[in-house]
Write a protein that binds this ligand. Structure first.
Ligand SMILES: NC(=O)c1ccc[n+]([C@@H]2O[C@H](COP(=O)([O-])OP(=O)(O)OC[C@H]3O[C@@H](n4cnc5c(N)ncnc54)[C@H](O)[C@@H]3O)[C@@H](O)[C@H]2O)c1
Length: 360
């Protein structure tokens, strides 16, 4: 029998795996004696994931289920308001618990809803996408999009625990799987070049020991967050690929003629273009940038960026959360596993980076 993976200690909470996680949640429910328990899902996780979760918790079969619409386009304050209203109508109080069963949209929004409701109620994250397992559900960032910009409103707050159960991934669509894979590759690029190399060998991770890789990715993120929970320095490295990635994602999100990009798809382009910037500004070897490009283009189809897209993306960079004193600050790389923070980038380099992405 496979040995259970060890728990990872976060900021006052634990990330637990499989049966051990469910046992720990049972214990938490007993010891905390919550006045009421609510389960937040979206329309898809209600169908695919809630039944799996409830199999472990017969006592929760009568818990109130709060269902939001699925997708990034619903990660905004109006949805929060609806959930707060439901919590109020159903008599939630300060001793209530919210269990978020879903992808990054549910855990980001649910964590924020819980943190603000009556100045803070407990919440537990049960991530059901690869991306939310390795990234969104750990590290304490919660929040929603605002005014068409990603994650503009939010706070850092931590769940009581995170439950990782890879069985939820059985129903995850292939493209969503790839989205999480992109974040895992990022963990390798910024912290562990051997991990990046190992992950690069697979087209999809599905058929290999995915749980061990999830554990490793969470450990990397968690170690960084623990050292710098409020992103004053080191934590910025987790944003590699995200400065351009978020601007690209927002550009697609706000343009009704474009399909919405998955987070992973957008940051994959971000990582390719930022790797190129690193060759110009941080001495990264061009062959490494080419490697990064090759790996991501094996996973994601190439996107087309028009002149208008580039103008809009450059404009959106102004809103990046890492900016200070009116300057856009990038996370780049000296080498694989050796990130550089707070790098300013001239506009011409940005244009060249998209040309690098476009070139065959
Ligand atoms: N807080 C953080 O540190 C952090 C880090 C990275 C990303 N994020 C955020 O996470 C969000 C993206 O997360 P995501 O990719 O999980 O998106 P998501 O929550 O929108 O989930 C993707 C889709 O998969 C569906 N789904 C979820 N689990 C499923 C399952 N097991 N089976 C079938 N369908 C399932 C969802 O309903 C949705 O349609 C973004 O809003 C991003 O900003 C946050």
């Amino acid at each position: 029998m496979k040995k259970a993976l060890s728990a990872i200690s976060g900021h006052g909470y634990k990330v637990l795996f499989s049966d051990e996680a469910y046992i720990a949640l049972s214990l938490l429910l007993k010891t905390e004696n919550y006045s009421s328990i609510f389960i937040l899902v979206d329309k898809h996780t209600e169908i695919y994931c809630l039944p799996v979760f409830l199999k472990y918790f017969l006592e929760l079969k009568d818990a109130d289920v709060l269902t939001i619409k699925a997708g990034e386009e619903n990660k905004h304050l109006k949805t929060c308001q609806e959930v707060w209203q439901e919590l109020s109508d159903l008599g939630a109080d300060r001793k209530s618990l919210l269990i978020n069963v879903g992808g990054g949209v549910v855990t980001d929004l649910g964590g924020f809803v819980a943190a603000a409701f009556k100045r803070g109620i407990d919440f537990v994250n049960v991530p059901t996408t690869l991306l939310s397992m390795v990234d969104a559900s750990v590290g304490g960032k919660t929040g929603v999009d605002f005014g068409g910009l990603k994650n503009q409103i939010g706070i850092i707050t931590h769940p009581r625990m995170v439950i990782i159960d890879i069985h939820y991934l059985n129903t995850l669509p292939e493209n969503e799987y790839r989205s999480g894979y992109a974040e895992m590759l990022k963990h390798g690029i910024i912290r562990d070049k051997f991990y990046f190399k190992r992950l690069s060998e697979y087209k999809y991770l599905k058929d290999i020991g995915i749980e061990d890789y999830i554990h490793h990715s969470i450990s990397i993120k968690n170690a960084v967050v623990k050292e710098d929970p409020h992103e004053l320095n080191l934590r910025k490295i987790l944003n590699f690929g995200h400065t351009l990635g978020h601007a690209i994602e927002t550009n697609f999100l706000k343009n009704p003629k474009k399909t919405t990009l998955l987070h992973g798809e957008a940051i994959a382009v971000g990582m390719i273009t930022e790797a190129y910037l690193a060759t110009k500004l941080c001495g990264l070897d061009l062959s490494v940038a080419e490697d990064i490009k090759k790996v991501f283009l094996r996973i994601f189809p190439k996107l087309n960026f028009t002149k208008e897209d580039l103008v809009s993306i450059m404009d959106l960079l102004r809103y990046d959360k890492k900016n200070s004193h009116g300057k856009v600050k990038f996370v780049l790389l000296h080498a694989l596993g050796q990130p550089a923070i707070d790098i300013e980038v001239p506009s011409q380099n940005l244009i060249d980076a998209f040309e690098f992405y476009r070139r065959n």
